[in-house]
Design a protein around this ligand. Structure first.
Ligand code: HEC
Ligand code: HEC
Ligand code: HEC
Ligand code: HEC
Ligand code: HEC
Ligand code: HEC
Ligand code: HEC
Length: 375
């Protein structure tokens, strides 16, 4: 029993440490200051999504195949299906994509005449909604990120964000990241990352249940033993809006993670928790907003803008509107739009912005800084 508690305490400490590490970096690869070892798979208390399915079928079903679930995938045609890029020359890359014995492989003409250099690929980051970056685990501590990323909606290759400018040490196929940087990269796209990268098991690919809920082994053990009073699992439904924003912000990034001295300061459409922290709807509200006002943590974003407008109208209700309102009509919250009291809120106040400023990819993302934009 004492031993179990110690194991659990170690797991909790490792979780906190890994959360701290995630806070220090982002897709833009700033150098993280701390170096901490994460739990390795063999000792870990993480079990993978499938172990939750038998008792939480509806959450499992909603999450399965979601963009969180698919944010890290094996780089095989079997896994990627219709998202697999076309084989052949990758424009402007100096290499081509080929399939060798079922494995996606980069190839280029070597320096020696007739000699072809090959780089087999292992994993893909990004579900394919916007972009996918291929990586290969070079050794236990290093991953190589391809120079070009694939953007399935446009069937285009373009420079991987962060690799727009070559730096000394860049290899022909891309850039190597090692140590903490390599762990962080997988850490935001996987459920848990072992201290030795090559041991990352497929059941931990993608943002799984335990990325948000914490390790599940003790919970399952307790539930099987019918110890319902000790669930060993945080009840996220009881968390405050700030705790929820921090949880989502450990990957989507809060004000703590954004370099306010850099152009990142304007990326309120890329770093949603940071944006929400700056919105009047949150800072001036008696009932602060969290991601859960508008999103279901287990499912992809809804494309039904009416659903979001309903969330706006919970606070900005027009008097006499059909929608029931929880707000006191005399409070600040009850401010009503002088332009349109009923609809179109998101298009005017959360206007989509270009997701990638340094490439030609035209994708846009909703600005989570809810505001009145000057024309
Ligand atoms: C053997 C069945 C079983 C398995 C497997 C299982 N759970 Fe549970 N879980 C339960 C039961 C029973 C409850 C309590 C439900 C209730 O109170 O209504 C619960 C509650 C929860 C809660 C709510 C906790 C709270 O305090 O309200 C979460 C979150 C949760 N489980 C997540 C998971 C995750 C994640 C996994 C996989 C790692 C998992 N469960 C695996 C049976 C299981
Ligand atoms: C472990 C890191 C991590 C955590 C924690 C996390 N996310 Fe994500 N989230 C991601 C990644 C990575 C993606 C990109 C998925 C992809 O490749 O399309 C994503 C995508 C999303 C999307 C877009 C889905 C779509 O349909 O386009 C939403 C919405 C989202 N997350 C909301 C949340 C919310 C709400 C929380 C907190 C309850 C949260 N996330 C916690 C990493 C995380
Ligand atoms: C701090 C957490 C974090 C780190 C570190 C991180 N990512 Fe992400 N990544 C995200 C989140 C969150 C999203 C979802 C963006 C969104 O939809 O808002 C994402 C999205 C992506 C996408 C989908 C396309 C896009 O730009 O939205 C790719 C590809 C990607 N990341 C690759 C990488 C690679 C490669 C690394 C490491 C070299 C990395 N990421 C490091 C959190 C992270
Ligand atoms: C992106 C973060 C995230 C992921 C991934 C995630 N959850 Fe949750 N889950 C939440 C949050 C936040 C809540 C509380 C708010 C709510 O009920 O929506 C929650 C609530 C729950 C509950 C309690 C429901 C209730 O009504 O009290 C269960 C059970 C659960 N999740 C199981 C799972 C399982 C199983 C998976 C994986 C298949 C999973 N979750 C994946 C964030 C997440
Ligand atoms: C939890 C309640 C709440 C929700 C939900 C909410 N808001 Fe707000 N919003 C507020 C409060 C409070 C203010 C500040 C009013 C004031 O300054 O007196 C505000 C301010 C605003 C402003 C003025 C911003 C400024 O900088 O002056 C706009 C525009 C706005 N909200 C639009 C929206 C839209 C659009 C949505 C839905 C996408 C939304 N709000 C959802 C509470 C909310
Ligand atoms: C007031 C409502 C609202 C709140 C609160 C909110 N979102 Fe969103 N979110 C939206 C809307 C609207 C979209 C665009 C949906 C679409 O694609 O049409 C969106 C889209 C997204 C996307 C997909 C990228 C894109 O723009 O298509 C991510 C990721 C996301 N939200 C994460 C978060 C996170 C994390 C939080 C909490 C910090 C959060 N959101 C809070 C309304 C909200
Ligand atoms: C066509 C664009 C458009 C649409 C649609 C729209 N708004 Fe506005 N909204 C504006 C503009 C412009 C202002 C600033 C008006 C001014 O200052 O005279 C504004 C102001 C506001 C304010 C601040 C009011 C105050 O007293 O300070 C709130 C709150 C607001 N809108 C919420 C909403 C909500 C909620 C919706 C959806 C039901 C919505 N808006 C739809 C353009 C729009």
């Amino acid at each position: 029993m004492a031993r179990m508690n110690r194991v659990r305490a170690v797991a909790v400490i490792l979780m906190l440490l890994s959360a701290a590490i995630l806070l220090t970096a982002g897709c833009t690869h700033r150098d993280p200051p701390v170096v901490v070892k994460l739990a390795s798979d063999e000792r870990s208390e993480f079990v993978g999504n499938l172990a939750c399915a038998e008792c939480h079928a509806s959450e499992f079903k909603a999450h399965h195949g979601s963009r969180h679930d698919r944010s890290l995938q094996a780089a095989t045609r079997a896994e990627l299906g219709s998202l697999t890029p076309a084989m052949g020359v990758v424009p402007l890359a100096g290499y081509a994509m080929a399939e060798r014995s079922g494995v996606l492989t980069l190839e280029r003409q070597g320096l020696e005449a007739g000699k072809v250099e090959r780089q087999p690929l292992q994993l893909v980051l990004g579900s394919g909604k916007l972009g996918m970056t291929f990586v290969t685990l070079v050794d236990d501590n290093t991953l190589m990120e391809t120079r070009m990323s694939f953007f399935p909606p446009y069937k285009l290759w373009d420079l991987t964000p962060g690799q727009e400018i070559k730096v000394p040490g860049d290899a022909p196929f891309g850039r190597a990241h090692s140590g903490q940087e390599a762990h962080n990269c997988l850490g935001c796209h996987a459920t848990t990352v072992p201290s030795r990268l090559l041991q990352l098991a497929p059941r931990f690919y993608g943002v799984g249940c335990e990325a948000c809920h914490g390790a599940g082994a003790a919970h399952i053990e307790a539930m099987r033993a019918k110890k319902y009073s000790e669930p060993h699992m945080a009840n996220l439904a009881a968390e405050t809006p700030t705790q929820i924003n921090d949880l989502c912000g450990k990957c989507h990034r809060t004000a703590r993670d954004v370099d306010l001295q850099s152009p990142e300061v304007n990326l309120t459409h890329r770093f949603q928790p940071y944006a929400l922290q700056r919105s009047a709807c949150r800072t001036k509200s008696d009932e602060p907003l969290s991601c859960l006002n508008c999103h279901n943590a287990h499912a992809d974003v809804s494309t039904d803008l009416k659903a979001y407008e309903k969330a706006c109208l919970n606070c900005h209700a027009a008097l006499g509107a059909a929608a029931p309102t929880r707000v006191d009509p005399t409070s600040r919250q009850a401010r009503v739009c002088p332009v349109n009291k009923i609809s179109g809120c998101v298009g005017c106040h959360m206007r989509p912005k270009p997701a990638f400023t340094l490439t030609t990819i035209p994708a846009k993302m909703a600005d989570h800084l809810i505001s009145i934009e000057k024309k």
